[in-house]
Design a binder for this molecule. Structure first.
Ligand SMILES: [Zn+2]
Length: 185
């Protein structure tokens, strides 16, 4: 159980402590969801920069009706016919896609410095009081060791600090300007 995030950084949200959107308080931006077409399994992005982009609002659920995968089918009717064939003809579905249970996030170095660094600095003492060390693997997963048990009111701060230090580590190691990940919700 638990919700994971993956991409430039990898790990697990702290259970009952961190929401999927937790990094938005520190300058991360939500980029929306992906959807997957039924039958063929191709991906649909509802954001810029992809052939499957749709001109809709920013809502995850703002995809228009009657879209179909034009990589694999010539029409909506053709796509839906194959779905019905696969599900049995009594199937009532009119949807050619389903929304993935993941949200894309992105944070750049400028926003990190503006919103995340002050938070890290502000809680430096707290961090040093509770945290023995934090280590990162090659895929930028972190492993944190505590000096003592966390107090209730500090858990969410420490949880967010761990993820922020993970992002900071990614910036430092990769030299990239932007850090991208998707989180389960
Ligand atoms: Zn397809």
């Amino acid at each position: 159980m638990g919700r994971w995030y993956h991409g430039d950084i990898n790990g697990k949200y702290w259970f009952a402590v961190q929401g999927t959107s937790c990094m938005e308080s520190y300058g991360a931006k939500e980029l929306g969801c992906e959807a997957t077409f039924a039958c063929c399994g191709c991906s649909v992005h509802n954001k810029n920069g992809d052939p499957y982009m749709f001109e809709t609002d920013d809502s995850c659920f703002g995809l228009p009706d009657k879209i179909y995968c034009w990589n694999c089918y010539d029409s909506y009717e053709e796509h839906i016919a194959e779905i019905k064939e696969e599900n049995g003809m009594e199937s009532e579905t009119e949807n050619t896609y389903y929304i993935d249970q993941e949200i894309h996030y992105s944070m750049n170095q400028d926003d990190f410095e503006e919103y995340a660094l002050p938070f890290i600095k502000k809680h430096r003492c707290l961090w040093e009081r509770f945290v023995e060390k934090i280590e990162f693997s090659d895929c930028v997963e972190y492993d944190v060791t505590f000096k003592k048990e966390l107090e209730k009111e500090t858990i969410s701060i420490i949880a967010d600090l761990c993820m922020l230090k993970q992002i900071q580590h990614y910036f430092k190691e990769s030299g990239e300007y932007q850090c991208d990940w998707v989180g389960e919700y």
